[in-house]
Design a protein around this ligand. Sequence first.
Ligand SMILES: [Ca+2]
Ligand SMILES: [Ca+2]
Length: 320
Amino acid sequence: MIVSGGKGFSMDDMGVGGVRDGHGEKVFESLRLAHYDYKNLLGGMMRKFSWMLLVLLVLGCGEEVTKEEEKPEAVVETEPPPPDKITWEKDGKEMALIPAGNFMMGDRKGTGTGSRPVHTVTLDAFYMDVHEVTVGQFKQFVEQSGYNYGGNWDSVAKYSPGDEYPIVLVNWNDATAYAKWAGKRLPTEAEWEYAARGRLVGKRYPGGDEITHDDANYRGTDGKDKWIGIAPVGSFEANGYGLYDMAGNVWEWCQDWYGEEYYNDSPTKNPPGSSTGSHRVLRGGGWNSFANDLRVALRNSYDPADWVIAYGFRCVSGSN
Ligand SMILES: [Ca+2]
Ligand SMILES: [Ca+2]
């Protein structure tokens, strides 16, 4: 409201000294009404605001109550992660968890047969024996099961002279029979290579791109490798998964039939190996191999019925 002209007004005009003329009274009345309106307006707004606040609070609480009603606080029972190491009751072997994952299988640098093309493979988790199966463990299997071992124990004693040495002169059928007795199985070729790589990516050996006699037992002696023949299991450092002798000492039978062209169209997930064949896969190289044959991607194969002085095995337990 704008007051202009006339004689104006003072505080007295506003009632202390009384209203002096009609004009002043009107102005005063207008101001009083304006003040009253303003107070009303402000009061109204405050009341509205309070109501809105109350409504919001009620709605908010209601929403929370609804949420709580819809989603009662559940007790989530999380399973503990599987242990990294276990001891297998039947044969007493220590086993390491090989976690599920992907890797590039094969070796484009390799000269070995059938290691190409390099291709992605996805695997479920499994447990693998940390050591090659020993003479002592294989003897126990034969004694307990009555298995008709067709190899030559004298030759076994000659090449692996003690219970802590890896069993050799076992053919694929012997290895499979042991695995069945123990409640395990042989690894697939993909599982074996994935485990041998020990978390390293694109390397040639379990410990990197190079290997020396400080890392494994293979042809000749030098450094930590004091053996012209076979070494007791676990005589060298483990790889990244805690597995020993994935390079050298004895070659290890795998479950798969060997397929020279298998990598061209093998399934990506848990590849089971060729559906047919005449030879079974062996991996890792042995005590009489050259270093180049110890590569993680190198594929060997042999007649599953033959016994060889550098061929042994280890087992896995898993879904495949
Ligand atoms: Ca050696
Ligand atoms: Ca080996």
